[in-house]
Design a protein around this ligand. Structure first.
Ligand SMILES: *Cc1c(COP(=O)(O)O)cnc(C)c1O
Length: 230
């Protein structure tokens, strides 16, 4: 994909987000675009940065760390993929948010690694709404218990929820899942736990982000529509 195509795609998506906001009376300033750059080279990321996009999401630890080192322009990095505990140490201090925390053992390791840096990191709890075997995420039933356990860890802050609904051709099929995530966030909020703020709903990808925005997404994670097919 050329730098110009990447810039055009980003501006197109920003317009679509703005249009979705008009439909549901939201402020586009409250929605962050996470450009998902997995499997794409650092040069594509530099092109996006030149077009004003500075927040990127990566899904694979080694690739993520390599690109953070390689990209020279200032950028912010979120980790959005499935995460093994033994790899958390490579991300420590390099990413500002982890969207994919789905079990206590992983949260404990994140806490340990950021603790070593005397720092802390924002996290989202990933919920597997479709209860698909192949996807990570805690179940809706176990969410409240997991949040209350993770909330005790000092070197992370729970900022919201993330979901990756079952893929369907029709973007409208994802809407009930987006709605469910928002309801779950309200249930978590109602617990009133210290160290837990349900500010963020990370939901919506290339083919369904408009529905996600209409249902309350604060972060949309978009790869293909910016950088092309992987
Ligand atoms: C790859 C990926 C995305 C982006 O998907 P696209 O369909 O390319 O926009 C979003 N979220 C997660 C967790 C991903 O792994």
């Amino acid at each position: 994909m050329s730098a110009m195509d990447i810039a055009d795609n980003i501006s197109q998506i920003r317009q679509q987000i703005a249009a979705a906001c008009v439909k549901c009376d939201r402020n586009p300033g409250n929605i962050r675009l996470v450009a998902v750059s997995k499997k794409k080279p650092a040069t594509d990321i530099e092109a996006a940065i030149a077009a004003g996009q500075t927040l990127f999401g990566e899904s694979y630890v080694q690739e993520c760390v390599a690109k953070i080192d390689e990209v020279e322009s200032a950028a912010e990095w979120h980790f959005i993929g499935g995460l093994q505990s033994n790899k958390v140490k490579y991300l420590a201090g390099k990413v500002t948010m982890i969207h994919s925390v789905d079990r206590l053992s992983l949260a404990e390791e994140i806490n340990r690694q950021w603790g070593k840096l005397d720092s802390s990191v924002d996290i989202l709890i990933q919920v597997n709404l479709g209860e698909e075997q192949t996807k990570s995420g805690t179940t809706a039933d176990e969410l409240l218990k997991l949040v209350s356990q993770v909330a005790r860890l000092q070197h992370l802050r729970i900022k919201g929820l993330m979901a990756l609904p079952p893929w369907e051709e029709d973007p409208e099929a994802a809407r009930p899942y987006f709605r469910q995530l928002r309801v779950l966030a309200a249930q978590v909020e109602a617990l009133g736990l210290p160290n837990v703020e349900m500010e963020e709903l990370s939901m919506g990808m290339s083919h369904d982000f408009e529905a996600a925005v209409e249902e309350g997404a604060t972060m949309v994670r978009i790869g293909t529509a910016i950088f092309g097919a992987r």
